[in-house]
Design a protein around this ligand. Structure first.
Ligand SMILES: NC(=O)c1ccc[n+]([C@@H]2O[C@H](COP(=O)([O-])OP(=O)(O)OC[C@H]3O[C@@H](n4cnc5c(N)ncnc54)[C@H](O)[C@@H]3O)[C@@H](O)[C@H]2O)c1
Length: 339
């Protein structure tokens, strides 16, 4: 009788397996966008349960099942969650996630791992991959809004993909958080805390928003021609920014379109944009559509989050963990009942 074993990786194991290596995560994320572009990934639209309701959610649970094919051959699911209560206490992260990897043949689970850092790293890496193809060539100044978890990983990702980067302006409702990030990165890059969004983003070569705001705060007149705008949440830039963009690239349009709280939803309803105006990042990465085409093109990337990013990164970490002997083995059953 088979006694199936799976590996449990707590956050410390996930770190020892290499999750904080942004270069690796960028490579994995770019690879999975490419694989998706050539049809090797199954990534259905995620299912979201908002509690108590969609308009005024206090917590939300998100199921993201995926199959990454090709030479990865890994089915898995991310079970993600976000809590406004955690934002208030500040004791634990706002977002908390778990990743499960399975065997494609036996369907046995092979690993369960802490997924919060995977989310943080792969989310910014998606923006990093987009910036590689869409940012201005000589980008020196980045204007960031949101000095939380994704704010930190955004700095890590943009430092990797923007070779001329000199300064990151960072704004947050809580200025102390921006100051903390400035201190944390002081050996690597100048992070300048700003008191207003306008100061952070006006004239920046790349603008990145990653806040929990439910109201837009980036005005079109603050965005210069030839810039790149990265929006990681749903409604951070005003509709005018999207209207001004020459190229709109997203990770998953199917997911973005159905989000009634997104800036795109409003524009679609008003007939200001249509499906034809949207480019998918996978199309750019696999060469089916162009990235940035000229110096004065205003490009925009927005993301809703795709599970295939989590699964390819988690699969890599699982392999590393097995090689390094990390984690705790769990047994699914001693003797299977009702076989
Ligand atoms: N697209 C994706 O794949 C993806 C994945 C994970 C998280 N997210 C989204 O990214 C956002 C940030 O997530 P996080 O984990 O970093 O959250 P976090 O709570 O760690 O940080 C959010 C920060 O935004 C700041 N903020 C809120 N409103 C603001 C405003 N109007 N102006 C300036 N600062 C403001 C808060 O003070 C906080 O520091 C969330 O909306 C989350 O849903 C997207």
């Amino acid at each position: 009788m088979i006694k199936p074993e799976l590996l449990f990786l707590k956050q410390e194991d996930v770190i020892s397996a290499g999750i904080l290596d942004m270069k690796m995560v960028l490579e994995m994320v770019e690879k999975v966008f490419y694989m998706d572009g050539i049809g090797q990934v199954k990534n259905p639209v995620k299912t979201i349960v908002n509690i108590p309701n969609d308009d005024e959610w206090q917590s939300r649970f998100i199921s993201m099942p995926v199959y990454v094919g090709g030479n990865i051959n890994r089915p898995g699911v991310k079970w993600a969650a976000e809590s406004t209560a955690n934002m208030k206490t500040g004791d634990i992260p706002m977002g908390i996630d778990i990743v499960i990897l399975s065997d494609p043949t036996t369907v046995l689970p092979v690993a369960i791992m802490e997924g919060t850092l995977i989310t943080a790293m792969r989310t910014a890496a998606a923006a990093g991959v987009a910036a590689k193809y869409l940012a201005p060539n000589q980008a020196e100044v980045v204007g960031c809004v949101g000095a939380g978890v994704i704010g930190r990983t955004m700095i890590m990702a943009l430092m990797q993909v923007l070779p001329n980067l000199k300064q990151i302006r960072m704004c947050d409702l809580n200025l102390e958080k921006a100051e903390k990030l400035a201190a944390e990165f002081k050996e690597e890059i100048e992070v300048k805390p700003t008191k207003s969004v306008e100061q952070a983003v006006t004239g920046a070569d790349v603008i990145a928003t990653m806040t929990t705001s439910r109201k837009p705060f980036v005005k079109a007149e603050w965005v210069k021609p030839g810039a790149m705008v990265i929006q990681m949440s749903s409604f951070e830039v005003e509709a005018g920014v999207v209207k001004k963009a020459d190229k709109i690239v997203v990770d998953s349009w199917a997911q973005m379109k159905e989000n009634t709280h997104s800036v795109f939803y409003e524009l679609l309803q008003n007939g200001d944009i249509s499906d034809d105006d949207i480019t998918l990042l996978k199309e750019v990465v696999c060469g089916a559509k162009p990235g940035r085409e000229s110096a004065d093109e205003l490009t925009m990337f927005s993301s809703r989050g795709m599970g295939c990013l989590d699964i390819i990164v988690a699969d890599h970490l699982y392999k590393q963990a097995k090689q390094k002997g990390l984690g705790q083995k769990l047994v699914l059953w001693d003797e299977a009942k009702w076989v």
